[in-house]
Design a protein around this ligand. Structure first.
Ligand SMILES: O=C(O)CCC(=O)C(=O)O
Ligand SMILES: [Fe+2]
Length: 298
């Protein structure tokens, strides 16, 4: 592993490591992602058991039940549990974060063909930290890693990023009504008023096994899936352990891989101790009448 990605993440706010996983490795994760999806489909509605979470909707686009996101499936899937703390990831992360690393997010995002809401408006992920004061250095040392489990480009809604603007703090994008997935897709005027020319947006194209890295302040989003194929992205968030004493699961301690323990730590779900579940959520953000949505996104 070279260190080009370290320079790219610092300067541009993102990097793409091509061929991070080989064909066999990514094929295995894709198969496992299908098992996670099937497990989600067994639920009639959005379901939580501690940090394990399946967002389950009746998709008005396809007329079918769909699972747009799963969180912390590493609790039920040994292959993802190994991947999240693998030596390959350590070699990518250590030059950026050092040898003591915790994990805040563990998510699969599926965009089903024909789905009604499969886009993510341009935003910065720092908005999804409900207690940002519990973290230090969120601007520099909190990194999202997005592994492509299948081929992704503009047609099936691959990631889009805006280089450079991660240095400008929080820009308040996509805060107007509707939320990140149900608000207006057209954001040209909004980007301009935030000092971003729409021509700066870079459409990523990723082959299976390519890894994107971005920061919590990187402006990014993704378009709808207008193809006949799904789009499958694995998103993990990692931080320096010293910056996150009260949140997250250990991943590497002094460079050594740490498995999940007997009980989960609070990561993004702040109500873990009061409402561990298991339970079904009653409201759906895809309801046309819904004016807000839970903090589901990355
Ligand atoms: O799945 C995607 O395309 C983007 C997701 C995202 O940016 C998020 O959840 O914050
Ligand atoms: Fe995001």
């Amino acid at each position: 592993m070279g260190t080009r990605h370290v320079i790219d993440v610092r300067e541009d706010g993102y990097a793409v490591i091509r061929g991070f996983l080989n064909g066999d490795e990514v094929a295995e994760l894709r198969r496992e992602s299908e098992k996670v999806y099937e497990e989600g489909l067994r639920h009639h509605a959005t379901y939580r058991d501690k940090n394990l979470y399946f967002e389950v909707i009746e998709d008005a686009g396809s007329g079918r039940r769909a699972v747009p996101q799963a969180h912390w499936f590493s609790w039920i899937n040994p292959v993802f549990e190994q991947y999240r703390r693998s030596q390959k990831l350590f070699e990518v992360l250590a030059p950026l974060l050092g040898p003591d690393i915790k994990q805040i997010a563990n998510q699969l995002h599926w965009k089903a063909p024909g789905g009604k809401y499969t886009y993510y408006r341009m935003h910065q992920d720092v908005r999804f930290r409900q207690r940002p004061e519990l973290f230090a250095n969120l601007d520099r040392y909190s990194l999202n890693l997005g592994l492509a489990l299948n081929r992704q480009d503009a047609s099936n809604g691959a990631l889009k990023v805006v280089p450079g603007h991660h240095k400008r703090g929080y820009l308040g994008l996509a805060e107007d009504g509707g939320g990140i997935m149900v608000g207006a897709m057209e954001q040209g005027a909004e980007l301009k008023s935030a000092g971003i020319d729409p021509s700066e947006v870079v459409q990523l194209e990723m082959e299976p096994g390519d890894l994107a890295i971005w920061t919590l302040f990187t402006v990014h989003g993704s378009g709808p899936n207008i193809s006949n194929d799904p789009r499958i992205l694995l998103i993990d968030n990692y931080v320096r352990a010293e910056d996150s004493p009260d949140r997250g699961e250990w991943v590497f301690r002094d460079g050594r891989s740490v498995p999940l323990g007997p009980e989960p730590e609070i990561c993004k779900y702040e109500q873990l101790r009061e409402f561990p579940g298991p339970f079904y959520a009653r409201e759906s953000w895809t309801d046309e009448a819904a004016s807000s949505q839970p903090a589901i996104a990355g």
